[in-house]
Design a protein around this ligand. Structure first.
Ligand code: CTP
Ligand code: CA
Length: 221
């Protein structure tokens, strides 16, 4: 029923959305991850589908119900997400990266549970691939790339720098210190940034943020 309430203004568009955290394995019982419930990405995938787009959702592990009418691809690590996204990216009109991807992973993973000893322990970490950075470096003509940016300080400058560095068309900036923004809430406070625009949205539900964000993207593709 709800599906009828949406204009199908994204019909014919192929959209890939990423959501949720990645998990970087230390041993069979431990991993390193980021805070992320996946709600922002799931909202985007859902609203895209309701507006008639063909949607693929590459998602880290979350507690959320998969959205209806969306091709859901579950992944665990940043490497899995990189592979799943890059494999599918060429045919996509729009790619929206709401996932909280780990920037580092343990350089070595143990097949056995690491037993504790009396002393301290350190874990050597290596960089993961920057998925969005890679997509930006080989963006095909007409493809629209949208990133998310989480910051606790200098949100606008840092986000603008990411927009340029990763060759993005848009970045959605979150300030984690604003009440009602970020992870674990149903609402968000974001600023939508492009090369020539900066629009701060008021506090609203993540579904509403998704709808407004998609309006801005549609106006540019
Ligand atoms: N991203 C990605 N692959 C990574 C890290 C981040 O695709 N290995 C994407 C995120 O999904 C997000 C955007 O890049 O859309 C920005 O992520 P963010 O963590 O805010 O920025 P980073 O470039 O990782 O820089 P930093 O964490 O140092 O602020
Ligand atoms: Ca990061």
């Amino acid at each position: 029923l709800m599906a009828c309430a949406f204009e199908k203004d994204m019909a014919g568009k192929k959209v890939l959305v990423t959501a949720g955290p990645t998990q970087e394995r230390i041993d069979p019982v431990r991993y390193i991850t980021n805070h992320s419930t996946g709600r922002m990405g799931y909202s985007i995938a859902k609203i895209c589908a309701l507006r008639g787009a063909e949607v693929t959702l590459v998602t880290g592990q979350t507690a959320l119900e998969p959205p209806l009418f969306v091709d859901v691809v579950p992944v665990v690590s940043a490497r899995d997400m990189y592979e799943a996204v890059v494999e599918r990216s060429v045919e996509m009109d729009v790619i929206i990266k709401a996932a909280a991807v780990a920037d580092y992973r343990p350089a070595v993973t143990s097949d056995e549970k690491i037993k504790k000893s009396d002393g301290d322990m350190a874990i050597d970490m290596e960089r993961t691939d920057d998925i969005l950075g890679y997509l930006g470096s080989c963006k095909k003509p007409g493809q629209f790339l949208c990133g998310f940016s989480m910051e606790t300080q200098n949100m606008l400058e840092n986000s603008r720098a990411k927009l340029r560095k990763k060759n993005l068309d848009m970045i959605v900036a979150n300030n984690l210190k604003v009440k009602g923004a970020g992870f674990g809430t149903d609402t968000n406070v974001v600023t939508i940034i492009t090369a020539d625009m900066e629009k701060e949205l008021e506090l609203m539900s993540k579904d509403e943020v998704a709808a407004r964000l998609l309006d801005e993207i549609l106006a540019r593709i």
